[in-house]
Design a binder for this molecule. Structure first.
Ligand code: XMP
Length: 490
């Protein structure tokens, strides 16, 4: 009584970005005023719904710092040793910290010249002077040092330092610290404990830098948010990432509906404080098996620009259908959904949100920027950066094979699911993000939605024919000037 084979081909249709457009609707939304804040996982909010991919040619500390400063999230890749991973997470968490914990200090018995050299070497313009037991005795700055150097004398720091030090306790806010600085005309405030022992430093420069990034995604202590990917079975690495301060841990797997992966992800979730986003999935059934414990679900089986999963394995789900199926289940449980892969234009990103995603993850879009790892290469007079799939031979040799549930000890055994490529060099990621988010906000204007939630509720799609797809792109002209957000054949 089995189903006839021919019935297997009586199949539902699944759609992706180019198959649809957002139907324009009545609107009073000015794109500039649209609010794109969102949630990437149950407890982590972002001001911009964009993540940089956990790939070794996209996200390490530099990218994660800049993404968080701009309001999004960088997800550090996992082809790093555990020590390197911890160091990168700590770099992000420390980047814009209000209280600097790793303070450059001076000794009262050092000579002024020695301290001057030390400050130059460390790139600081002042240092608390510390006695026994870390007691704060004074503070010395480049301004204090200069007259001593001019007259060529080499006095002790004790002579040159300011010994009436304005300090504050750890609970001080940025505003209070700034008020202290204005009141006493100083630029740095040592943070001390009850016994006047140094535990940190707040600088004027640090406060002003933080102000520049008023959209930054920060944790409760004001530190930048940081995401990190771990292998689905890398329990110890997940715990190390958690202890290093990662806000969101992504279990990084090409097929998270593998039931061993589901079990392992659940164990990781039970062991860490950070939110755990599980992925990748592409079906409603996968979502149902994960949604009771996952803090977020990441969607994408083979849509990525460097992916060969679909051609190699014959499996996959066109991305918009995948997002919508997962979002159907996740939204009932209030679990955020991230659309990962295949986004080439800002229009794709807002379509993903309209289909139910709360945020989007991009690899190729960011791989050519300054903040991505790797150097700029020149070919035929044009600048490029390397971009490779984490399932490519090169990336798997560097440790990424587990993502594809592959045992990759022997060179000959590699069955890659990704390619190694070059992508045009693009300059600072800030500019790319500006274009991406600006385009998404334009889309919000067309559908009359002023929040991400409202895009999900209001947006409707129309189906586009292949003639319509041609009409979508510039046509019948020869493009003469590069646009910052469009390149033909991208
Ligand atoms: P985009 O299109 O933004 O996609 O470049 C980035 C996403 O692609 C996934 N990824 C891969 N998928 N083989 C795959 O099938 C690979 O080698 C590979 N490497 C990355 C990943 O989800 C990433 O965020």
């Amino acid at each position: 009584d089995s189903t006839p084979f021919s019935a297997k081909l009586d199949v539902p249709e699944a759609l992706t970005f180019d198959d649809v457009l957002l139907r324009p609707k009545e609107s009073r939304v000015e794109p500039d005023s649209a609010d794109v804040s969102t949630r990437v996982s149950t407890t982590v909010e972002l001001n911009v719904p964009v993540l940089s991919a956990a790939m070794d040619t996209v996200t390490e500390g530099d990218m994660a710092i800049e993404m968080a400063r701009q309001g999004g999230l960088g997800v550090i890749h996992r082809n790093l040793s555990e020590e390197q991973m911890v160091a990168e997470i700590e770099r992000v968490k420390r980047a814009d910290e209000l209280i600097i914990r790793d303070v450059v200090t001076a000794d009262p018995e050092q000579t002024v010249r020695e301290v001057d050299e030390m400050m130059n070497r460390e790139g600081v313009s002042g240092a608390p002077v510390i006695g026994e037991d870390d007691a704060v005795l004074g503070i010395i700055s480049a301004t204090d040092v200069r007259p001593y150097l001019e007259v060529g004398e080499s006095d002790e720091v004790r002579e040159a330092m300011t010994d009436e030090v304005v300090t504050a306790s750890e609970s001080v806010t940025a505003r209070e610290a700034l008020e202290l600085m204005y009141e006493h005309k100083i630029e740095r405030v040592p943070i001390v404990d009850d016994a006047n022992r140094l535990i940190g430093l707040i600088t004027m420069q640090g406060i002003l830098q933080r102000r520049e990034y008023d959209q930054a995604a920060r944790d409760d202590e004001g530190r930048l948010r940081c995401g990190v990917a771990v292998g689905p079975f890398e329990f110890d690495r997940a715990v190390a990432a958690d202890e290093a301060g990662a806000d969101v841990i992504f279990t990084d797997c090409a097929h998270a509906h593998n039931l061993d992966v589901v079990d392992s992800a659940r164990e990781i979730k039970d062991a860490v404080e950070a939110d755990v986003v599980v992925g990748n999935v592409g079906t409603r059934e996968a979502a149902e098996d994960l949604v009771d414990f996952a803090d977020g679900l990441k969607v994408g089986i083979g849509p990525g620009s460097i992916c060969t999963t679909r051609v190699v394995s014959g499996a996959g789900m066109p991305q918009l259908t995948a997002v919508s199926e997962v979002a159907d289940v996740a939204s009932d449980h209030d679990v955020p959904v991230i659309a990962d892969g295949g986004i080439r234009y800002s229009g794709d990103a807002i379509k993903a949100i309209a289909a139910g995603a709360d945020a989007v993850m991009l690899g190729s879009y960011f791989a050519g920027t300054d903040e991505a790892p790797g150097r700029v290469i020149t070919m035929n007079g044009k600048k490029y950066k390397q971009y490779r799939g984490m399932g490519s031979v090169g990336a798997m040799k560097s440790g990424g094979g587990e993502r594809y549930l592959k045992d990759v000890d022997e060179d000959d055994d590699y069955v890659p699911e990704g390619v190694e490529a070059a992508t045009p060099y693009k300059g600072p990621v800030e500019n790319e993000l500006h274009q991406l988010v600006g385009g998404m906000k334009s889309g919000m204007g067309y559908v009359g939605a002023d929040t991400i939630d409202s895009v999900q509720q209001r947006a409707e799609f129309v189906r586009v024919s292949s003639a319509g797809q041609q009409e979508n792109h510039p046509h019948d002209v020869m493009i003469t000037d590069e646009a910052p957000n469009y390149s033909p054949g991208e």
